[in-house]
Design a protein around this ligand. Structure first.
Ligand SMILES: Nc1nc2c(ncn2[C@@H]2O[C@H](COP(=O)(O)OP(=O)(O)OP(=O)(O)O)[C@@H](O)[C@H]2O)c(=O)[nH]1
Ligand SMILES: [Mg+2]
Ligand SMILES: [Zn+2]
Length: 299
């Protein structure tokens, strides 16, 4: 028996990497992991006499698990956002940030299509960068084609970690991965202007080794579900709020209707960006009004 990591999954086959070699395996028979679906990123025990007929035996406990893309044991979420086509959306950035914070995955923001911007919009993007970096997020405004500096900055932040790309279709995820790994020659798509959204050109999930890092491309998705997030946890997913919340009058302040709220005061003075607070209120509302899964009958 050997231990390895699933780096790719396609039509029932799991490709397990160990010591520079990849073994094609399946989960079949009286397979101890039958209640669990193996995911890309899983550490597994497997048996194999050759490179194409391995059997998965067991899955090690996961550090975390994402549904979209379906991967496990991820350290970094790279939010790939285009500056235009589709337009940059701080709402979407904040949604991804909250989602990743909740899963204890470190976010990195990577902005593409900066080459298509005029001076004014470039200045707006720089203002976003200053704000997001002031609250602890790395934000890369990439040139195109991406310079060594942009690519190396990204790879250095990831270090030896595993990362996934996230972001809308047409944001430039596959284009970025191709620049990091030209030998991949991933398919990239032109934006369909008629539909106003890109074609989905990326379909399966795979962790690619790039330097010491592992990076997975993913098919684009335009939004992300916040269903797993509890209302009471939401304030802790905004680091700009966390930094000041001890100065709120009430412990457990939700920063909504409470008096002497330091967060609301900070929004007034501009210390906290107003768009961040507006997004917080929108997410709060969304979580708060979400339909309960079960309605208990009263006896
Ligand atoms: N001008 C410019 N074009 C870019 C840049 N990055 C990507 N593109 C173009 O944007 C289009 C979409 O890029 P993709 O890499 O396919 O986008 P994706 O995020 O992988 O899209 P999905 O796989 O559908 O999720 C392609 O035509 C790319 O050439 C950039 O920085 N500047
Ligand atoms: Mg793609
Ligand atoms: Zn408060």
């Amino acid at each position: 028996m050997r231990k390895g990591q699933i780096r790719k999954a396609i039509s029932g086959f799991y490709y397990v990497y160990v010591d520079g070699q990849t073994f094609q395996t399946r989960g079949r028979g009286n397979f101890r992991v039958k209640n669990m679906s193996p995911l890309v990123g899983d550490y597994v025990d497997f048996e194999s006499d050759n490179k194409t007929e391995g059997i998965l035996i067991d899955i090690y406990p996961r550090k975390n698990e994402l549904i979209r893309p379906t991967v496990a044991n991820i350290d970094y979420g790279i939010i790939v956002m285009s500056a235009v086509e589709p337009d940059f959306s701080s709402y979407l950035v904040d949604r991804f940030l909250v989602y990743l914070e909740d899963k204890r995955i470190k976010p990195i923001i990577y902005v593409t299509k900066m080459d298509l911007l005029d001076e004014k919009t470039t200045a707006e993007m720089k203002a976003f960068k200053i704000y997001y970096e002031s609250i602890g997020y790395k934000m890369i405004l990439s040139d195109y084609p991406a310079s060594e500096t942009s690519l190396n900055t990204l790879i250095q932040v990831i270090g030896k970690g595993a990362a996934v790309f996230m972001g809308q279709s047409g944001a430039g995820k596959s284009t970025l991965l191709n620049q990091l790994m030209p030998e991949l020659e991933l398919e990239t798509g032109e934006i369909s202007t008629a539909l106003g959204r890109g074609r989905h050109t990326t379909r399966h999930v795979e962790l690619h080794p790039i330097g010491d890092a592992l990076i997975a491309d993913t098919p684009g998705f335009s939004t992300i579900d916040l269903v797993d997030i509890e209302e009471a946890d939401l304030p802790s997913l905004f680091p700009d709020f966390v930094a000041l919340r001890d100065e709120c009058r009430f412990s457990g302040c939700m920063h909504i209707n409470e008096p002497n709220c330091r967060i609301k005061a900070a929004v007034e003075t501009g210390e906290i960006a107003k768009y961040r607070y507006d997004h917080y209120l929108q997410f709060y509302e969304e979580i708060n009004t979400r339909k309960p899964m079960y309605v208990k009958k009263k006896k």
